[in-house]
Design a protein around this ligand. Structure first.
Ligand SMILES: [Cu+2]
Length: 393
């Protein structure tokens, strides 16, 4: 059948009229108003930098558009010197202190922690924030001892306001870092016996406490059991956040200081090798935080104070200051996510990836803490050690 060109022309005109009618219909107007609302709120955000700060003396007023995005590059990639920490270095860096023997035969481990509050660092590309730090990084250095060691921490306050050092764990009252405020320029020596074994936060305990913690004055203290845990690829993960517009709500969430860092730089681990994570939640302002592991399960040791895991799970939820040890092994090579299962936190920076490789035995030995009690062939203690199924799924 032959179609008349006139009919085709009428059809085209009818279609055009139908489109115009649809555009003017209530449905489209409804969509249009939604788009306007979206544009309104977007333009609110973009209406110019917001001046924030000043509710706490001692740090500068800043401006921020308050926009959160997964950056194409992290602050570390932009300029490592501007970042709060090198997350890849921090991940597996354990400081055992200056070691010597006391006259009673005990091991003495000496550390120096210097508090400061004047650094301005790049949290995310273009977002600068005044961090308060131990030894210049957020989190501060991971310090590590063995149960029964004498730990001596030379604390120096290089800041502009009083700070202190409060460690979790067992110690005398005057070593608790709460009532003895250390003035700017002051020093204090904390000395105690490391007990019990486990994983502990340390942090400044001056008021207003939330300011001192939110700005970054915290780190991890690990006490190993006298008979060490099985060999593993060990790492520390500290969950935190940054309230960069000073409204007591975090704008960024991270593990190990830099939002999205391990998304852009996967943590390489090896198939069939035990991974042990010392996980600490130092997030201020939000009541809980959590860690979720993809395509796998982990043994969880709350506070790390037992050698038997409490649970085999893929998620652990913690309050501020709560912490534990995670142990797992990947069966299959590939790339796997880990992140807060609180979606808001994940989407504001607290997410990362493990890259599981076939690997080889020699590399992994460099990642253990070199403790001679470790059995390097399997996940069990040596000799007289207690029985454990730690790390075996
Ligand atoms: Cu402080």
């Amino acid at each position: 059948m032959r179609i008349s060109p006139i009919l085709i022309g009428v059809a085209i005109i009818s279609l055009a009229v139908a489109v115009i009618f649809t555009i003017n219909s209530g449905a489209y107007k409804g969509l249009n108003s939604i788009m306007s609302a979206a544009q309104t709120s977007d333009s609110d955000i973009k209406s110019g930098p917001k001046v924030v700060g000043s509710h706490t003396p001692g740090y500068p007023i800043t401006t921020t558009p308050g926009i959160i995005l997964d950056p194409l590059q992290t602050a570390v990639d932009m300029n490592p010197a501007n970042a709060v920490v090198d997350p890849m270095k921090y991940l597996r860096e354990f400081n055992y202190g200056k070691v010597s023997k006391l006259s009673d035969g005990k091991t003495l481990r000496e550390f120096t922690l210097v508090a400061s509050d004047n650094l301005v660092k790049e949290i995310s590309p273009g977002v600068f924030y005044n961090v308060w730090t131990f030894n210049g990084t957020v989190p501060g250095p991971t310090i590590r001892a063995t149960e029964g060691d004498t730990v001596r921490i030379n604390f120096i306050n290089n800041g502009s306001m009083p700070h202190s050092l409060h460690l979790h764990g067992v110690h005398p009252a005057n070593m608790d870092g709460v009532f003895e405020m250390i003035s700017p320029g002051g020093e204090f020596t904390y000395e105690f016996t490391a007990e019990p074994f486990g994983v502990f936060p340390y942090h400044c305990h001056m008021t207003p406490l939330e300011e001192h913690i939110a700005h970054g004055l915290y780190g991890v203290f690990i006490v190993d059991p006298k008979t060490a845990r099985p060999p593993a690829d060990e790492m520390v993960m500290v969950m935190n956040g940054y309230d960069t517009d000073f409204d007591t709500e975090n704008n960024f969430y991270t593990v190990n200081g830099v939002p999205y860092y391990y998304m852009h730089h996967p943590v390489q681990i090896q198939k069939d090798k035990l991974v042990r994570i010392y996980l600490v939640n130092m997030l201020e302002f939000d009541p809980v935080n959590n860690f979720h592991l993809h395509a796998n399960m982990f043994n969880y040791y709350p506070s790390g104070t037992r050698l038997q895991p409490d649970e085999l799970t893929d998620i652990v939820t913690t309050n501020q200051g709560e912490r534990g040890i995670l142990e797992f092994t990947y069966k299959y090579p590939g790339k796997y996510m880990f992140h807060a299962h609180k979606t808001e936190f994940a989407e504001k920076g607290w997410m990362g990836t493990f890259l599981v490789t076939e690997g080889n035995e020699s590399n992994i030995s460099n990642q253990t803490n070199g403790n001679s009690f470790y059995d390097s062939l399997n996940n069990s203690f040596v000799g007289k050690s207690p029985k454990t199924n730690g790390g075996q799924l």
